[in-house]
Design a protein around this ligand. Structure first.
Ligand code: FES
Length: 139
């Protein structure tokens, strides 16, 4: 490769690097300005109300994390993060006692996410839920 060829090759490499840097710098701006679909800024999920009976819980992925929808024995729908606020383990639903139990250190949460006992410092984070007709919309 002569010096002219090297210069052209170097120019192509620099242009590629500059283009990659521009894309990397612009992505956060794009994410910030992109339309969002839910109150939480996350994709909405729709579940059929018939899929959940009173006193039961259904776990699902929401925003890249574990979440849970509970239908209380009174018929209220509550969606919560299933990530324990102590050290981040995933809580389990204890149907017989109608509460959540964290398997890691025994933290307990009520159906509305409030702490009943154990080391968790805060309630489980709530996720907006709306019920229209036969559908439950989460997010
Ligand atoms: S991580 Fe849940 S109680 Fe410790």
């Amino acid at each position: 490769m002569d010096s002219d060829g090297r210069r052209k090759f170097l120019g192509v490499c620099l242009a590629g690097t500059a283009a990659a840097a521009a894309v990397a710098a612009g992505y956060p701006v794009f994410r910030f300005m992109a339309p969002r679909s839910g109150a939480t800024g996350l994709q909405k999920l729709v579940i059929s109300a018939a899929d959940l009976q009173e006193g039961e819980a259904k776990f699902f992925e929401y925003g890249g994390s574990s979440a849970v929808l509970v239908k209380t024995k009174g018929g209220e729908m509550i969606a919560l993060s299933a990530v324990c606020t102590h050290l981040g383990c995933i809580v389990q639903w204890v149907k017989e006692q109608q509460h959540f139990l964290c398997p890691c250190h025994g933290g307990q949460f009520a159906t509305d996410g409030t702490v009943l006992g154990g080391p968790p410092p805060r309630p489980l984070a709530k996720i907006p839920v709306t019920v229209t007709g036969g559908n439950i919309t989460i997010g």
